[in-house]
Design a protein around this ligand. Sequence first.
Ligand SMILES: NC(=O)c1ccc[n+]([C@@H]2O[C@H](COP(=O)([O-])OP(=O)(O)OC[C@H]3O[C@@H](n4cnc5c(N)ncnc54)[C@H](OP(=O)(O)O)[C@@H]3O)[C@@H](O)[C@H]2O)c1
Length: 279
Amino acid sequence: MKKTILITGCSSGIGYCTAHGLQARGYRVFATARRQESVEMLLAEGLESFQLDLNDSSSIRRAVEETLNRSNGQLYALFNNGGYGLPGATEDLSREALRAQFETNFFGWLELTNLILPVMRAQGYGRIVQNSSILGFAAMPFRGAYNASKFAIEGWSDTLRLELRGSGIFVSLIEPGPISTKFRANAMKAFERDIDIENSIHREKYTVVRDRLNKLGPTVPFTLPPGAVLEKVVQALESNPPKARYYVTFPTHMFGFLKRILPVSILDRLLAQAGHKHQ
Ligand SMILES: NC(=O)c1ccc[n+]([C@@H]2O[C@H](COP(=O)([O-])OP(=O)(O)OC[C@H]3O[C@@H](n4cnc5c(N)ncnc54)[C@H](OP(=O)(O)O)[C@@H]3O)[C@@H](O)[C@H]2O)c1
């Protein structure tokens, strides 16, 4: 029998690439997307697809029901992936803006995972793969909302891994560095929607942020295509046991290492430089 996997956020980027890549590898993929037009696109490309909006509890519940109806009540893996980045200084974050960031990047993932876990517990096996980020363990200026949401994913995943010890269910974090996707274009939309740019003390720096977000093509050295993430997802699904963390890209390996060995004062200098250079 084919291994089954439910993936969120398959309209573009990492989710899209992983859905196609795993289907080509022989998995039965439930490639979900927030918007109906994305579902139509994925169906036309030969994927199984239906709607799942992480901001909407009833959409999450419907998608889980649909998945289990199609897969005889079983599911091998869940790839939590759908999300976005809200750029901007933390002092410009309203409660609503941060709430929206967490609704998608954290609460939606948690709710979906908690609906899937009883299924995995009953079958005695399963894989939860979490698409975190280099920004899930290394903070950079002007990325506070996203940093906070990914740090939350890391804390939750580390806890869940401990709680699932001996259950046959494994939790792995994927830590991508810069990957060429629609992430920046979508971050630009969030920035303009949720940050009061003109009235900010940072408005001049925000012109640099805008320029970076509007640039086509990689703005950061060592950017990789989404296929680099797919490779690590495959390892998280097929290794026995899988690792707790899979780094992707050179900057992730570098900052992962530096975070373990450097004093905070030196690490801060490097992270501030990296963050401001790529504001
Ligand atoms: N690109 C990078 O450099 C990078 C690095 C580290 C981690 N990541 C993580 O990788 C994941 C995928 O991002 P990406 O780089 O592939 O960017 P992307 O091309 O912008 O894809 C993001 C996906 O998430 C979906 N999404 C957004 N809000 C959603 C919601 N409420 N419910 C369900 N899906 C939703 C988007 O759907 P719509 O098209 O409908 O908006 C899209 O399919 C994210 O969790 C991101 O944090 C990316």
